[in-house]
Design a protein around this ligand. Structure first.
Ligand SMILES: [Zn+2]
Length: 214
């Protein structure tokens, strides 16, 4: 299974809105599996399709590393997950297709926002919603509903933003100087240990794959 190359800010595709997935094909299933592989390889807790250059409304999320970190307990939060109205265990990793946030409540400041498209950029304080309800399809095209607060809610909001071309730096209170952000990313990219690690990952451009759902 390939690990995709994750696009870094200020790549132009990170600013484009994505279109809905219309075809639930074997290729979509494979793409989602490769997205999970990629998220794991980069040690992320979420990844959206536009981050690998595919402008489709699909994202993968796995917040277990957060749940396993006791020092982040105040952000663990609560959630319910249901398919076709039936409450089930939250799958981890989670694949969400065509997600929509239907309810959002109470603004909060999240102190640890960060993004795989911004490697080397210190985590920022962002304004987010505390609690959301999100509706989507799973990879089989079934209706998913997630009610969440805590890190799952924050992560879902972060990935949702990617589908609109909105980035976490847009949610930081106060002015962000984009040139400084780009310089931090470039420093990180040119670091010798980063380059060695990236070379080992044998990254694949998702746009070079034959994707039957486009
Ligand atoms: Zn991100």
């Amino acid at each position: 299974m390939p690990v995709f190359k994750v696009l870094h800010f200020p790549h132009v595709l990170l600013r484009k809105p994505s279109t809905p997935v219309e075809k639930f094909t074997p290729g979509l299933r494979q793409f989602a599996a490769d997205m999970i592989e990629t998220m794991n390889a980069y040690e992320g807790i979420g990844l959206a399709a536009p981050q690998v250059g595919i402008l489709k409304r699909l994202m993968v999320v796995d917040v277990r590393p957060y749940f396993e970190n006791a020092s982040l307990k105040e952000w663990h939060g609560t959630y319910t997950y249901s398919i076709d109205g039936k409450q089930l265990e939250l799958p981890s990793p989670l694949i969400l297709v065509n997600p929509v946030i239907t309810t959002k409540e109470q603004e909060i400041i999240f102190p640890f926002d960060g993004c795989l498209s911004f490697p080397g950029v210190d985590r920022g304080q962002t304004t987010r919603w505390k609690k959301i309800i999100l509706e989507a399809k799973n990879i089989d095209g079934l209706a998913v509903r997630i009610e969440s607060d805590g890190i799952l809610s924050i992560c879902l909001q972060h990935e949702m933003d990617h589908l609109e071309g909105v980035l976490f730096i847009d949610r930081i209170d106060g002015k962000v100087i984009e040139d400084d952000v780009v310089a931090e990313i470039q420093d990180h990219e040119s670091d010798a240990s980063t380059r060695r690690r990236m070379k080992k990952m044998k990254l694949v451009d998702a746009r070079s794959q034959k994707l039957d759902f486009l």
